[in-house]
Design a protein around this ligand. Structure first.
Ligand code: SF4
Length: 370
């Protein structure tokens, strides 16, 4: 991947929010249909107010790919999302991440060298041809390409169940392999597999810092799902004590959480599912419902604002923003847009053709499955 880094001039940092809003709006108008601004659900309102489309990482990338006349795609999200957008869009479209330091701690927990080494270790224990790698969308393009090369697929939090069933077989289809190597979020993998009826003993944690993932070879041989030891630092903050406290204070209240939360939190919730699921749950809730949500706080705050007929709180009352998502702010958005108006593309994300090719294989397999 090539990163063309440039520093944002101080004038943007010093500008008032009113001035930035005016300049962003003017740049948007000037660029017209050549520009598409995508806003992930976890973005701050100062950015979301200018998004042409809101959604999760995969949904937004698909929107970018469908709008071929948008030659400048500004992805207000984190790094892996802009990579996916670059993979899915055409060669004439350029994808910009307003601040290159907007990464994802979960995606960074699965380094390609570590994954290659783990794969080689696994091959000494089990028939590697019968291991199906699956990676969550929240992973680098290098990991998606690895999965594509080795016969696996990408999944999202909406379709993880269907992709696991495709790999391990179910009543409708035969298995692709004996076990899955699930990257990089152990919680999404564990919560999904348990909900499908797999036993706890069949789910084995692979710690890349330990020889053989920290497991005995017989444990690996008996596994059905090997879970990479990665997690989301935001969703990892939610605890079973927070759920208990909420229920004590709100006996009639509901708890809904994202599957990146730990198993105990997910099992104690009234409902759990992807970001889209959580939004739809809120939209369908009866007037007067008291609900706490275990997901990123900018999304929770926006839902609370948009649904005054409900009482909506964040499960973690200490507040839990995704710090890296919040690096995309109005100053960076104004800067990249005004530079684009002058014909200068700042902070372009470009995935090399070979990585893009195999990532696309893994993404297209997911689309075929779901
Ligand atoms: S919320 Fe978690 S998974 Fe999502 S971008 Fe932030 S760190 Fe990554």
């Amino acid at each position: 991947m090539i990163k063309i880094a440039a520093s944002m001039p101080a004038e943007y940092r010093d500008a008032s929010s009113e001035e930035l809003a005016r300049r962003i709006a003017a740049a948007k108008e000037s660029l017209g249909s050549r520009l598409l601004i995508l806003g992930h659900h976890y973005q701050m309102d100062e950015v979301m107010d200018f998004a042409d489309a809101r959604g999760d990482s995969f949904g937004l990338s698909k929107i970018a790919a469908e709008q071929r006349d948008a030659e400048i795609v500004v992805f207000c999200g984190v790094h892996f999302m802009a990579e996916s957008a670059d993979i899915l869009t055409g060669p004439e479209q350029r994808v910009i991440l307003p601040d290159l330091s907007a990464g994802c701690s979960m995606a960074d927990m699965a380094d390609i060298d570590q994954v290659e080494a783990a794969w080689a270790d696994l091959a000494t224990i089990v028939d590697i041809e019968r291991v199906v790698p699956i990676t969550y969308m929240n992973s680098t393009a290098a990991i998606k390409a690895f999965v594509g090369r080795h016969g696996g697929a990408v999944c999202t939090s909406s379709n993880a169940r269907a992709v696991l069933a495709w790999a391990l077989g179910d009543e409708k289809a035969s298995a692709r392999g004996d076990r899955v190597f699930f990257l990089p979020d152990q919680h999404l993998g564990r919560n999904t597999a348990l909900s499908m009826g797999y036993d706890q003993e069949e789910l084995v944690l692979w710690d890349p810092a330990q020889p053989l993932g920290g497991q005995m070879s017989d444990v690996i041989e008996q596994s059905r799902v090997l879970l990479w030891k990665g997690h989301c630092s935001v969703h990892g903050r939610f605890t079973i004590d927070q759920v208990r406290r909420f229920r004590e204070e709100n006996p009639e209240g509901k708890v809904i959480v994202h599957p990146e939360c730990t198993q105990d939190v997910v099992e104690s919730a009234d409902a759990w599912g992807s970001t889209d699921f959580l939004i739809r749950w809120i939209e369908a809730a009866p007037i007067g419902t008291v609900v706490t949500i275990g997901t990123e706080v900018h999304l929770v705050s926006r839902l609370a604002k948009e649904h005054p007929e409900l009482t909506i709180t964040c499960l973690d009352d200490e507040v839990c923003p995704c710090i890296t998502m919040a690096r995309i702010d109005a100053p960076h958005l104004a800067w990249v847009l005004e530079e684009a108006m002058e014909g200068r593309i700042r902070n372009q994300i470009t995935v090399d053709p070979e990585t893009a090719r195999w990532s696309l294989v893994a993404l297209e397999r997911m689309l075929e499955i779901t």
